[in-house]
Design a protein around this ligand. Structure first.
Ligand SMILES: Cc1cc2nc3c(=O)[nH]c(=O)nc-3n(C[C@H](O)[C@H](O)[C@H](O)COP(=O)(O)OP(=O)(O)OC[C@H]3O[C@@H](n4cnc5c(N)ncnc54)[C@H](O)[C@@H]3O)c2cc1C
Length: 430
């Protein structure tokens, strides 16, 4: 696929992961908890619930792990979509620190889960680099580094432009912030391993079982699916960027945004080494950011928010072309690199750019909305919600946050092209 007219969706992660081996069953007439969505959030919740003895069914419209959980960059990052300084500005130091700490707990949880369930997903604490696109962005990274070290007790390192070649061979950036605690993994193998772990714990997993309607019933819910109805005491909605109209209040609060990735053919060792000497997770400071990393077989996995709308055949072709140009602009040594894979996925954004977890006005539980920070955080929020639904007290600084509805939004994100233009302008101005 070196010429981009030929772009067809091929997801490198999905093609290099085996489908999870899960127990085949009939849909039961009733369960304690029905989980809607079979990505990290739903699977992590189901595993925790089943380990506590709950009867739990995961209902997934497509194959297990089909959504963003098998399509993402595999970056298990510290922090949230909002920077530490933005969190402090909005919530004050103590609460901001608690939120940041949650992201560290989430990473520790994911690492522990992968180890204890023996999930073969290439997890490593390789660290991440946030790269300054403009000289002024380096000043912002410097303030962020000071805050993280001084007030959050979180050691990070600033890498000035002159020293950046110790990390990556590009002239495009003005320095970087290195956070050594972040990790990387193979997202689709992680999703499959999590599914198998939930299955082993006793959760019942149903692929190709779209939930079509959820009705309140005496003391609980009736969940209508493509394979029949089941009764449930509780419902946990874990559909993030793919949330449809089954829970109207959530649909008005979560905005689906497309993100796209290309993957080159395996690169010669010296070129791969020059691009990422320490095989870190990398992303830059633009709103229309690039994020990239090497795969275990030395492909460059290069992603970005090339368009803001959810994925489709045309957006994929356009996005692959934009990403290829961006990749070669950063690394001219890749001008002749073959692009073998291109795919897209849908993220869940919220109006306040924060993840949200709690109980909706319809009485269902949910966790969603981390933007591009969901690998670790949504696994952990799903797990916390699972524990909470099973009756355990869970102290989580995100649980009682007001979840704002997006004004003039009923589920059709008509404003995304405008938002895209606005953020492009900001990237140009800032
Ligand atoms: C291209 C891309 C790159 C990303 N990169 C990163 C990254 O590097 N690091 C990071 O931390 N985060 C990243 N993210 C975000 C991260 O992938 C998500 O936050 C996370 O995977 C969300 O998991 P989830 O289980 O909540 O949702 P998903 O994995 O999206 O799963 C939701 C599931 O719900 C199902 N569903 C929807 N409606 C119904 C219904 N009615 N009935 C039954 N099932 C239904 C869907 O089929 C879907 O499988 C990225 C996302 C994308 C798209």
């Amino acid at each position: 696929m070196s010429t981009l007219e030929a772009v067809q969706e091929r997801n490198y992660w999905a093609e290099t992961a085996a489908a999870p081996r899960i127990t085949q069953r009939d849909l039961p007439p009733r369960v304690d908890v029905a989980v809607v969505g079979g990505g990290y959030t739903g699977l992590a919740a189901a595993r925790e619930l089943a380990r506590r003895g709950a009867q739990v069914a995961v209902l997934e419209a497509k194959s297990i792990g089909w959504g963003a959980s098998s399509r993402n960059g595999g970056m298990a990052l510290t922090g949230m979509k909002l920077s530490a300084s933005a969190l402090v500005k909005r919530f004050g130091l103590a609460r901001a620190k608690a939120m940041f700490c949650l992201s560290i707990e989430a990473l520790d949880y994911v690492e522990q889960l992968i180890r204890s369930e023996r999930i073969d997903c290439e997890f490593s604490r390789c660290g991440h680099l946030e790269l300054a696109w403009k000289p002024s962005h380096m000043e912002g990274l410097q303030r962020e580094a000071e805050l993280l070290q001084r007030a959050f007790d979180h050691p990070v390192q600033l890498i000035p432009r002159e020293a950046l070649s110790t990390e990556t061979a590009t002239e495009a950036y003005h320095g970087a912030l290195l956070d050594p605690r972040s990790g990387g993994l193979h997202p689709a193998r992680y999703a499959a391993g999590l599914a198998e772990a939930a299955d082993r714990a006793g959760a019942m997993l149903f692929a190709h079982t779209r939930v079509e309607r959820i009705d309140r019933a005496s003391g609980g819910f009736t969940v209508h699916t493509a394979r029949g109805a089941l009764a449930a005491d509780h419902v946990f909605v874990a559909t993030n960027g793919y949330t449809d109209r089954i829970v109207p209040s959530l649909k008005r609060r979560i905005v689906p945004v497309g993100s796209y990735i290309i993957a080159t053919a395996p690169l010669p060792e010296d070129i791969a080494h020059a691009i990422s000497r320490h095989r870190r997770m990398m992303y830059d400071t633009k709103h229309f950011l690039y994020y990239y990393r090497l795969s275990s077989d030395n492909r460059l996995i290069f992603g970005g928010r090339a368009g803001f709308v959810p994925e489709g055949p045309d957006t994929l072709r356009e996005s692959a072309a934009i990403l290829r140009r961006g990749m070669v602009q950063l690394y001219p040594q890749l001008a002749n690199a073959k692009v073998e894979y291109a795919w897209g996925g849908t993220l869940g954004f919220t109006l306040d750019f924060l993840p949200h977890a709690g109980r909706s006005s319809e009485g269902v539980h949910y966790a969603m909305g981390c933007g591009g920070h969901g690998v670790a955080l949504l696994t952990y929020l799903g797990a916390c919600m699972g524990r909470m639904i099973s009756g355990e007290p869970v102290n989580n600084p995100l649980f009682d946050l007001p979840f704002p509805a997006v004004p003039l939004y009923d589920g059709n994100p008509w404003f995304l092209p405008l938002a895209g233009a606005y953020y492009r302008l900001l990237d140009w101005l800032q």
